[in-house]
Ligand binder design. Sequence first.
Ligand code: PEP
Ligand code: MN
Length: 340
Amino acid sequence: MIIILKNDSQKEDVDRLVRFIEAQELKINEVDGTDRRLLCIIGHTYNLDIDILKSFKCVADVKRIDEPYNLVSRENHRDDTVITLTEAAVKTQIGTGLTFIAGPCSIESEEQINSIARKVAEYGAGILRGGAYKPRSSPYSFQGLKNEGLRMLADAGKSVGLPTISELTEISQLEYFDDIDIIQIGARNMQNYELLKEIGAVKKPVLLKRGLSATISELLMSAEYIISSGNPNVILCERGIRTFETATRNTLDLSAIPLLKLKTHLPVVVDPSHATGIEELVSPMALAAAAAGAHGIMLEVNDNPEQALCDGQQCISTEAFKTIVEKSKAIVELIGGSKH
Ligand code: PEP
Ligand code: MN
């Protein structure tokens, strides 16, 4: 980190700044340039608050060289993080190869989730999804079956041998997640820092979805919140961002996949369902995500999209899911795996 001092800075102001920095066990190299005086800060500067530094009277500007996150950074953790979900004969892992997460937007009934679970398990899903606590834009829309829905999801997962994932919107719901394998933190909660800290105290894997208007750096800082609170099992999910384009529900940022893989060791999953909001676009974008090196693809799959109580317009059929799995496998083989 480089601090640029004001030309007219007073010695006692600079001394106060130096004492503040040294108290944080950081070293300082002073550089007297022709026009500028600089302080180069050496050490782990990620926990230095730029705004506090800028508030010192003698500071003209501060430039970060290192990223503001540490635990999620590839710099300090070269190998990919691989999260093992089941230790059974067939291990389910995420962070190596390509894992499919499939299931309905919302769990609606025992029959619905069991029927979808059977088919997606047969067609190659590694994880069964289903929403029970639904963050809907309208208070009049279906809000999910809540703890009863979670029980149905856990039972369906057990009966087909798949680990499960569902969204938690509030920490008080945690007691109902005992039999759910991955906790999803949805796009709307990506910057709910109190929730992130609370979920960090839980050891269960967390899938963190990118906020609707969050930058890559903000997504990584949110993951840093979870890991620094004690939970290293974080999976990142690109699910499209808000842009000026309204023809699709969101704009899928495919470049986020290779970019995140450069910046972090955490697994990267893509959700083409919420990213596009249009059934016909889901398959091409899922295949593009596989080609871009995603570790996982999350898809909303339904037996009967027309009857779905939530997000029917973006649901694909179980048959379409089967085709996506087959084609993605061929793509991964062609590009030589997700490690690139
Ligand atoms: C979901 O996956 O069910 C969901 C609501 O997604 P998002 O948080 O990305 O909108
Ligand atoms: Mn949905």
